[in-house]
Design a protein around this ligand. Structure first.
Ligand code: ATP
Ligand code: MG
Length: 148
């Protein structure tokens, strides 16, 4: 028997630079979680993580996708793209570090706090990236409910 069972899986494509649709994935994820009866605090944390991850795909990647996995004991969000990749993940994860272009800063992005925010709202958080290949960000929230 698997350790946990999969309750829901959803895949959302994210187009690069598409600010018109930016935020729609986090809204959809929020809806799915609420419909499943996931606890309010977990939904809140997942929404924050999802918005930041989605925005980073929109602003920096050549396009990617968000995968939502809901299991008995956790909610997992995966953000993957095929480039350009992050040369120094540790540096990019520092609060205040940003390479946001002027057009993004004019819209209020570029504080360099997105990854920090994602990490702070996750129980497990991991970024894997290779320049020229792409980036995968995995954020896990433990639901904190008993299961057996
Ligand atoms: N998917 C990605 N591909 C390539 N680079 C990325 C990706 N996600 C983040 N980065 C890089 O990491 C930096 C830090 O990201 P972070 O989300 O913490 O801050 P920000 O997006 O610059 O500002 P904020 O999120 O506060 O608006 C970005 O400026 C960018 O250089
Ligand atoms: Mg960001």
């Amino acid at each position: 028997m698997p350790r946990t069972s999969l309750v829901l899986k959803r895949i959302y494509p994210v187009a690069p630079r598409d600010l018109e649709r930016a935020g729609t994935v986090s809204t959809a994820v929020r809806r799915e979680l609420l419909d499943l009866g996931v606890g309010a605090d977990v939904v809140r944390r997942a929404s924050i993580i999802c918005f930041e991850g989605e925005m980073n795909l929109v602003l920096y990647s050549t396009g990617g996708r968000v995968i939502l996995l809901v299991e008995d004991d956790r909610v997992e969000l995966l953000f993957s793209d095929h480039g350009p990749g992050i040369a120094d993940v540790e540096l990019a994860s520092q609060p205040g570090y940003s390479t946001a272009p002027d057009w993004a800063r004019e819209l209020g992005f570029g504080a360099g706090l997105g990854i920090t925010n994602m990490e702070q709202n996750s129980d497990l958080f991991k970024i894997r990236s290779r320049v020229g290949k792409g980036t995968v960000v995995r954020a896990t929230i433990l639901r904190g409910i008993p299961f057996f």
